[in-house]
Design a protein around this ligand. Structure first.
Ligand SMILES: Nc1nc2c(ncn2[C@@H]2O[C@H](COP(=O)(O)OP(=O)(O)OP(=O)(O)O)[C@@H](O)[C@H]2O)c(=O)[nH]1
Ligand SMILES: [Mg+2]
Length: 356
């Protein structure tokens, strides 16, 4: 039998949150992305027929839920990653030696559903049971007879030399279970704890980023993981190095690194019609999104992905000869507003409050 627990989501009390860091709670007064889009469509300068079309498309995607599974070895940072990415501190982070997550936990944040699996690598019997539960979950179908789990994020510990458990999980469980084609699109591999990959040396704490030596080390580590998975499955999946961030013993919060990059790849792996389920639930602690490798403007890319989503799913994606991602960068608001019924304004508003 698959064990599954639905966790009631609530903000932590001040005692549970001793660092005093402001908690991000779902404000019932706050309007959802769906409400904002509806208002934008209603107030836009488009004819009534087009408004009706857009409102009915919005209604269709409003009911779509997205299911993301986080899995990986014990203490790799699955729960920390969920907390860093999404709106509330929902997943319990380990402080002692015992694995914290003991059966597949389900966190529901409106239309966003996160499945936090227990860590593998803590005893054969336990691993077998967890593996069975993961396989069962991956084979579950939703009410439309599509696979319930939209994507799987596999968290590896970049500071660990022994990634055998994770390779077995990817090569012998996840890829065979999803099938090669789907696995290519739906598995994301993330190397967490990049800050302590070289035992904490070469991490520039002030700038919250790796120095050149650690950058090179991480690149090699990612290449080696890539190679092992390619050898085992034939698939090309490039891992992302990041830090979920953590609380030091003295209560000081260490900020995440490359979390925006991770979010960007998560957004891209989720079917377009389900992406809006994420928008309302992204952690709006600005510090979580400040530090990355700057190989791309990830905040801009995430925003663009959402604008594309709105463009395609609500405005019908009529070809105007310019992608909406490009449109928001340079074309005056009235033109963009005319094209998508103001919806881009709602998206931009949400992301400027998250990313600052
Ligand atoms: N240095 C550092 N520590 C981290 C990072 N992410 C998580 N941790 C720490 O790693 C430990 C394990 O984190 P969890 O989030 O509980 O890991 P988990 O994978 O959910 O663990 P289980 O549920 O027990 O399998 C905790 O002490 C975290 O604070 C990171 O980016 N850097
Ligand atoms: Mg956990």
């Amino acid at each position: 039998m698959s064990e599954e627990k639905v966790i009631e989501i609530k903000a932590l009390s001040p005692e549970e949150n001793p660092a005093g860091k402001e908690m991000e709670t779902a404000d019932s007064e706050e309007k959802s992305i769906y409400d904002l889009l509806e208002e934008d469509i209603m107030s836009s300068d488009i004819d009534d027929g087009e408004k009706t079309k857009r409102l009915s498309r919005l209604l269709k995607i409003r009911g779509k839920k997205v299911n993301i599974m986080l899995t990986g070895a014990t203490s790799s940072g699955k729960s920390s990653t969920i907390n860093a990415l999404f709106h509330m501190e929902v997943a319990k982070v380990g402080v002692g030696v015992d694995p914290e997550t003991t059966c597949i936990d389900k966190y529901e944040l409106d239309n966003l559903i996160i499945w936090d699996t227990p860590g593998l690598g803590d005893g054969v019997e336990n691993d077998e049971k967890i593996t069975r539960d993961i396989i069962k979950k991956l084979n579950e179908m939703d009410e439309e007879c599509n696979p319930l789990i939209d994507m799987v994020v596999v968290i590896l510990d970049a500071s660990s030399k022994d990634l055998g458990t994770s390779y077995d999980l990817i090569n012998k469980v996840l890829v065979p279970c999803l099938g090669e084609e789907a696995a290519k699109e739906r598995i994301l591999i993330a190397l967490n704890q990049s800050d302590i990959a070289m035992k904490g040396t070469h991490w520039n704490a002030e700038r919250n980023e790796p120095d050149e030596v650690l950058k090179e080390f991480l690149k090699k580590k990612a290449d080696s993981v890539h190679k092992r998975i390619k050898e085992g499955t034939g698939l090309d999946i490039k891992p992302i190095c990041y830090c979920a961030g953590y609380k030091e013993e003295n209560g000081e919060q260490r900020n995440p690194y490359n979390l925006t990059k991770l979010l960007y790849y998560i957004v891209k792996a989720i079917p377009k019609e389900k992406r809006l389920a994420l928008a309302d639930n992204i952690n709006d602690t600005e510090d979580n999104w400040l530090y990355d490798d700057k190989e791309s403007n990830y905040c801009g890319e995430v925003e663009s992905e959402f604008c594309d989503t709105v463009w395609e799913c609500i405005s019908g994606g009529v070809d105007t000869g310019c992608a909406i991602g490009a449109a928001i960068m340079g074309i005056p608001g009235e033109i963009v507003g005319g094209m998508v019924g103001g919806a881009v304004g709602a998206i931009k508003g949400i992301f400027s409050s998250i990313f600052g």
